[in-house]
Design a binder for this molecule. Structure first.
Ligand code: PLP
Length: 217
């Protein structure tokens, strides 16, 4: 692996942080939205295996070929999902990290019944209780997780996107506590600007785009 590459640098940083926190290193999810197949393939060839896309339509355009060629690669949906797009997920997304409402949980359960496709699921929590932002309000989480159990979704953890204008650390610590309180092992938090902070506070996955691929024009 090329030690001077951003990928190697971030991995090194995550393993150093893991030594400090005495936890497993956070898994690096390479966020490849707006990136070309060639850019993605370059990262796969450097050993990257976990990728995130935020739009189903865009993923359909570039990932079927990549996944056919690199079957060990796993793709996660990290952006908003309309229920009418659920039928396109099978064979493409290993996980849906943005389950944020009952109608979507129900659509995923129906899709499992129809096709057997049963992705890993993270529940998105609106930790800042922002009106515009997707996600389950913290006070509704317990009830929503119960709905997910009833629907037999494979919920593995929680994810959040903290408010822009607040200290992210408070939200990361809060999400980690919610994971612990509910016995959920996966905690997806932290992006290019704050993944180190998230890793220190117990993220098991960090979602990094810009710091890996470079800034977009
Ligand atoms: C784009 C995106 C990221 C990565 O953002 P960067 O700042 O480019 O690292 C992480 N999470 C979600 C949900 C995103 O949409």
């Amino acid at each position: 692996m090329n030690i001077s590459s951003p990928l190697a640098g971030i991995h090194q940083e995550l393993s150093l942080l893991a030594q400090q926190t005495k936890c497993h290193p956070a898994r690096l999810i390479a966020v490849s939205k707006t990136r070309t197949e060639a850019e993605i393939e370059a990262l796969i060839q450097q050993g990257q295996r976990d990728f995130g896309e935020n739009r189903v339509q865009e993923a359909l355009g570039k990932w079927p070929r990549l996944l056919a060629q690199y079957p060990e690669v796993r793709l996660r949906l990290i952006g908003p999902l309309q229920t009418n797009k659920v039928k396109y997920l099978s064979g493409l997304f290993h996980a849906v990290d943005s389950v944020d409402r009952l109608s979507l949980a129900e659509a995923l359960a129906r899709q499992t019944e129809r096709s057997g496709y049963r992705p890993n699921v993270l529940v998105q929590v609106n930790t800042g209780e922002e009106e515009q932002k997707a996600g389950i309000a913290p006070q509704g989480l317990e009830g929503f997780l119960r709905d997910c159990v009833r629907l037999e979704l494979d919920v593995q953890g929680l994810m959040c996107i903290p408010p822009q204008n607040e200290s992210a650390a408070i939200h990361f610590a809060f999400l980690k506590k919610l994971c612990d309180d509910h016995g959920l092992k996966e905690c997806s938090m932290g992006m290019s600007g704050d993944y180190a902070c998230a890793a220190k506070l117990g993220a098991t996955m960090v979602r990094v785009g810009t710091a890996l691929f470079g800034a977009r024009d």
